[in-house]
Ligand binder design. Structure first.
Ligand SMILES: Nc1ncnc2c1ncn2[C@@H]1O[C@H](COP(=O)(O)OP(=O)(O)O)[C@@H](O)[C@H]1O
Ligand code: SF4
Ligand SMILES: [Mg+2]
Length: 385
């Protein structure tokens, strides 16, 4: 019988080669993360001073036994000041890995920022701005931005709250971190004020509760109040309402919208729900298999979607009883992240594909000052030919 080669099967030799290669790269990246560096090494400048965050050609990888998973594979987008940017795409496309990279929360040694820039305009106490390239910051300096200038709200607040401490103890702790001289009474007053701000009617009761005593919606409010305690300039909310039921979802989104005004800052809102994007975002970034395939203002993406994937997303109508990802009912599969092809990753699912699509991965084409698309249909020579 002829031997059939299973493409998923790795020989012992291949496994050893992967392990050796991984070890070498991880060692270099870990040393870079753990180095001591003068601030001047990671000071940078914004391309456009109207932006608070500029992500440029970010590559974040997981070095696994099977090979390198290029979870984020050359992502670039901006977050303007006072704007909400929605990042959308189906499960596994790299949304969370992008946000974890900005927060420098990727789990090493396997998860690493491999290359690229994450420029963030931090505000000094004096009111002056200082631009840091977060990707180059030693991990020991990350407190300059993480949890202070940039706060994150996760999908499942239960995993971010400590079950053995009361909400009050955890909220007070945030105040002590940012204001080490505060008294117990001052910290409590600040915590109660924060709980009030996120619309909690009886803050004293929540203050004395343990996380498991609260509903999911209430826990998410607490997480938002915690994120706010440090006056962040940027809030990253990763599927903040996915675990909540529909009426609570709407309340939490209203709250986020209010807060953006209150903190006079920006929001990066990650979701697979186009309805939420339409309602909340000023700009939209559409991701597919670790890359940005289209980005623009919310009007451009909803009224003039160009990429066949974005067009497909808009056509697939969500139903009330559908669970999370049935929204993405475009048939076909995403390529294996360890072995991405050189051509367009959407090719196997694309109904508009032409001969050109078997060639190189399409470059980003600018179609308006704010609208960009990565698809051969919009190449100059395709349009003219
Ligand atoms: N710890 C990990 N080890 C290996 N691969 C990972 C790990 N975490 C995430 N990935 C991979 O990274 C890709 C992007 O994941 P993620 O950013 O979580 O997607 P999502 O868009 O759903 O938030 C996926 O292919 C996922 O399998
Ligand atoms: S580049 Fe080709 S295969 Fe890819 S989305 Fe555009 S038309 Fe489809
Ligand atoms: Mg995610």
């Amino acid at each position: 019988m002829a031997k059939v080669k299973n493409s998923n099967h790795l020989s012992g030799k291949e496994v050893r080669r992967i392990a050796k290669d991984n070890k070498k790269v991880i060692k270099r990246l870990e040393a870079y993360k753990n180095r001591k560096a003068d601030e001047s090494e990671y000071l940078s400048a914004m391309r456009d001073s109207a932006n608070i965050l500029e992500i440029e050609d970010l590559h974040s990888y997981f070095f696994t036994e099977q090979g390198v998973v290029k979870a984020v594979n050359g992502v670039s987008f901006d977050i303007p000041k006072n704007a909400t940017v929605g990042v959308v795409g189906e499960s596994g496309c790299g949304k969370s890995v992008t946000s974890m990279s900005v927060m420098r929360l990727l789990q090493g040694p396997a998860g690493q920022i491999y290359s690229g820039e994450i420029r963030f305009a931090a505000k000094e106490k004096s009111g002056e701005e200082k631009v840091y390239d977060i990707a180059k910051m030693p991990i020991r300096d990350i407190h300059k931005v993480r949890g202070s200038q940039i706060a994150m709200i996760f999908q499942e607040p239960m995993t971010s709250l400590n079950p053995v401490f009361t909400i009050g103890q955890q909220l007070d702790e945030v105040t002590f971190i940012h204001n080490p001289g505060a008294t117990k009474e001052e910290a409590k007053a600040k915590s109660i004020e924060m709980l009030n701000l996120v619309g909690i009617a009886i803050p004293e009761r929540v203050y004395n509760s343990f996380p498991h005593e609260l509903s999911g919606g209430m826990r998410q409010r607490v997480m938002i109040s915690m994120a706010l305690a440090s006056d962040p300039r940027l809030i990253i909310a990763d599927e903040p309402t996915t675990a909540l039921d529909v009426t609570i979802q709407a309340q939490i989104l209203d709250l986020l919208r209010d807060l953006k005004t209150k903190i006079d800052g920006s929001i990066m809102l990650i979701t697979h729900d186009l309805g939420i994007i339409a309602e909340m975002a000023d700009y939209v970034v559409v991701m597919y298999a670790g890359r940005v395939i289209e980005k623009g203002t919310v009007q451009e993406i909803f009224h003039n979607p160009l990429h066949p994937y974005t067009i497909g997303l808009q056509k697939s109508k969500p139903t009330l009883d559908s669970d999370s990802d049935t929204l993405f009912n475009i048939p076909g599969n995403v390529p294996n992240p360890i072995n991405m092809p050189n051509y367009c990753y959407f090719k196997e699912r694309c109904a508009s594909c032409t001969a050109k699509c078997a060639g190189d991965y399409p470059g980003m084409i600018q179609v308006s000052p704010t609208h960009f698309v990565a698809c051969h249909l919009y190449d100059e020579d395709t349009k003219n030919g």
